[in-house]
Design a protein around this ligand. Structure first.
Ligand code: COA
Length: 698
């Protein structure tokens, strides 16, 4: 017996308990412990029935992800499952929390499954570039049919206990509170009524009557929905095997497919992305027990798209929100826009009418700053202009209670200068949301020079409470995400100057795995957004301001992107599908001619390398400057704010896979041939490449 799986008897029930915090992941110790405890239960003459439960917050939440990519250590999970299969005694599994992946596979190998009503069951492997590999793809279709099995396995999303019962995945749902008590009750009944251990054949019967078109349709749908991903297609292959092959052969086929997924670089990338999301919450130098300020009420300044979206984030999480705008018309329009977004969610079945009402009731519009006196957190999302923001912060300083956190959603301005407008710079912080704020998961929390530690700890914790991925960054123009985006934008514009078309550049980026190309994204965000920023910089005489370019000319023509039906692309009425526009081609050609540029054919590889290496170089400079603390912070920012393809792990994880010497050499080449300070190789990148190390070694 080992310390993480125990065996004891309660009456005639032999209880096997897994206790491996935090989530009872099925690592080596758990697997070995399960086999040993099961053997003990089988040998225990006084145990008529066995019960499998887990201690702590959840049933087993799948294989131990930290073991992936390392050599397999026996007993491997299929061997554990084989031991359950061979068990002559009836085994009841009692499920609470989440039974996921390998945890659910073990539960499926038990003979009877009961779950607490709050429990969830799922097969999330596909989200990690994997597939169920211990019989899950063979047992699940036999329990719930191949169509539902494919739904669960391909989405990776868990189902509720009620749904699992309706599907036939479990045998009962219980309203009890403790899995152990519920399990004991069921197991005692199993003893009393002499429930048999299901004969193995009952779970391994051939599935008949399935139309093979089901699998063809799934493959075609995946080609469209997830063209870059390796493991979803393997999931379809495995479930098809459950239908076409005898059980044992299906299991063997599944194993081969599973191992192919395990070897895939996509698995490594997706697992890096999984841990990145969790790692960023742990801020270096900020102990987990740093005190936090109590935030119960929130105020948002500015009822535009951004302010409205931010207000929704907090209302969605149950916070009362005061939404302030100084114009009555703007305030009304803002509240109405929020209402329309909620209504649209209700129409799609994502919210009930009651939920819409409850959320709207949490949003209290106001025209008066005096109404913000009791807010614990104020987030300013007003016009992007330093004077405007400084006036607002001076006003906040006047009205807000002591200890209130004063946050700005600025995406470009110096937070330290904003903080100077108050007498409490320690309370001022950046909370940079991404549009649409109610949808995008990224939140860049920006620490100013004088921001207090408890303020930082509080905004990082708030990110989690409102369901965002919060990443702490320092102050610089564009912070981390947009500063890197700016480099990609600059490079892609240069590539168009040289002869690439916007469609070609976008095609290269979507082929890499971005959901949208750079120009399609510009159209979505609004061509006017960048134009206004560039205009302001030019007007203020900023030496780094860019010269007027063809994008600015588009904006001057009112081509603001999707919202005006035309931008870099044109859009059919009601469609978001970008269509190349000869008028834009002509504009670009004219722009090149005016600047004396002769277009040349630009290869797809050159576009990809220049766009991405420019980003990597900038990211390395950001690390050198300490604006981001770790490579993983930059990876998470680009994964959650800019659609960096998760199967590539993240920008810097990907760079490590390419190899830093390759990237450094290419950048030096660009510096020589193309010139420009932005192509000066980051000393950090130089050093890592020379030392044969990667960003992962920092
Ligand atoms: N293996 C190893 N570690 C795991 C893990 C797993 N399968 N699942 C979660 N963890 C770790 C997390 O990394 C985190 O560690 P940390 O505290 O050091 O950051 C900790 O367990 C808690 O996880 P977290 O996601 O923060 O908790 P949660 O309560 O929000 O969610 C789960 C719990 C189980 C729903 C969620 O962790 C999850 O979905 N895990 C992955 C499950 C999975 O994919 N299993 C199949 C593997 S093939």
């Amino acid at each position: 017996m080992n310390s993480v799986v125990s065996y004891r008897r309660v009456g005639r029930v032999g209880v096997i308990t897994v206790d491996y915090p935090p989530v009872n992941a099925v690592g080596l110790a758990v697997r070995a412990g399960l086999v040993a405890a099961l053997a003990q239960g089988v040998e225990d003459a006084d145990a008529a029935v066995l019960l499998l439960v887990a201690a702590g917050r959840t049933f087993m939440a799948g294989a131990d992800i930290r073991e992936f990519g390392k050599p397999h250590q026996p007993p491997i999970l299929p061997e554990v499952i084989a031991a359950f299969d061979a068990c002559p005694k009836t085994i009841v599994a009692s499920i609470h929390g989440t039974a996921l992946g390998g945890g659910l596979e073990i539960a499926m190998a038990c003979h009877y499954r009961v779950a607490l009503r709050s429990a969830k069951l799922g097969m999330p492997e596909v989200k990690l570039g994997l597939m169920p590999g211990s019989g899950g793809t063979q047992r699940l279709p036999r329990l719930i049919g191949p169509t539902r099995a494919l739904d669960m396995i391909l989405s990776g999303d868990p189902v509720s206990a009620a749904q699992a019962l309706a599907d036939g995945l479990i045998d009962a749902v219980d309203d009890g509170e403790a899995a152990l008590a519920v399990g004991l009750r069921v197991a005692e009944r199993a003893c009393a009524e002499d429930w048999p251990a299901h004969p193995t054949s009952g779970r391994t019967d051939r599935i008949t009557g399935i139309d093979p078109a089901l699998f063809t349709a799934q493959r075609t749908a995946l080609d469209k929905r997830a063209p870059h991903l390796f493991s979803p297609q393997r999931c379809v292959d495995a479930v098809e095997a459950a239908v076409t092959l005898p059980f044992a052969e299906g299991v063997a086929r599944e194993r081969a497919l599973f191992l192919a997924c395990m070897e895939s670089p996509q698995r490594a990338g997706l697992i890096h992305a999984f841990f990145a999301e969790r790692e960023v919450a742990k801020v270096p130098g900020l102990p987990a027990n740093t005190p936090k300020r109590d935030v119960r009420t929130v105020a948002v300044i500015g009822a535009g798209t951004m302010g409205g979206g931010i207000a929704m984030c907090f209302a969605n999480a149950g916070f009362p929100v005061r939404l302030l705008d100084t114009g009555a018309g703007a305030l009304d329009r803002g509240v109405q826009a929020i209402g329309r977004i909620y209504e649209a969610s209700a129409q799609k079945g994502k919210l009930t009418a009651e939920q819409v009402d409850a959320r709207m009731a949490l949003i209290h519009p106001t025209l008066s700053y005096d109404d913000l006196c009791d807010a614990d957190l104020v987030i300013e999302a007003a016009f992007e202009n330093m004077e405007v923001k400084r006036r607002i912060f001076a006003e906040l300083d006047r009205v807000c209670k002591a200890g209130a956190i004063l946050a700005t959603n600025t995406s470009t301005l110096d937070i330290n200068a904003i903080a100077d407008a108050t007498r409490r710079p320690q309370d001022v912080v950046g909370m940079h949301f991404f549009s649409p704020a109610n949808v995008m998961k990224l939140l860049e929390n920006v620490r100013g020079e004088r921001t207090a530690e408890d303020v930082v700890a509080t905004v990082m914790d708030l990110a989690r409470r409102i369901g965002k991925v919060g990443v702490l960054v320092g102050v610089c123009y564009g912070f981390v995400g947009n500063r890197i985006l700016h480099q990609r934008g600059r490079e892609v514009m240069t590539l168009v100057d040289e002869g690439a078309t916007p469609e070609q550049a976008d095609r290269v980026l979507t082929a890499f795995g971005f959901p949208l190309g750079h120009f399609a994204m510009t159209d979505l965000a609004g061509v006017d957004v960048g134009w206004r920023i560039r205009e302001q910089r030019r007007a203020s005489g900023d030496p780094e301001a860019q010269a007027v370019n063809w994008l600015d000319r588009l904006a001057e023509q009112g081509r603001f992107g999707q919202k005006t039906g035309a931008g870099v692309y044109r859009y059919e009425p009601g469609s978001r599908n970008p269509l190349p526009d000869p008028a834009v081609e002509a504009l670009i050609a004219e722009d090149r001619a005016q600047r004396g540029l002769t277009p040349r054919p630009v290869s797809d590889d050159e576009i990809r390398d220049r766009c991405l290496y420019a980003m990597v170089n900038e990211a390395a400079k950001i690390l050198e400057e300490g604006i981001a603390a770790r490579p993983v912070d930059i990876d998470a920012i680009w994964l959650h704010g800019y659609g960096f393809p998760a199967h590539r792990g993240g920008l810097l994880f990907w760079a490590d896979q390419v190899g830093l010497p390759v990237i450094a050499k290419a950048i030096e080449g660009y510096h020589t041939t193309l010139g420009g300070a932005h192509w000066a190789l980051s000393p950090l990148l130089r050093r890592l490449a020379d030392e044969g190390r990667g960003f992962c070694d920092l």
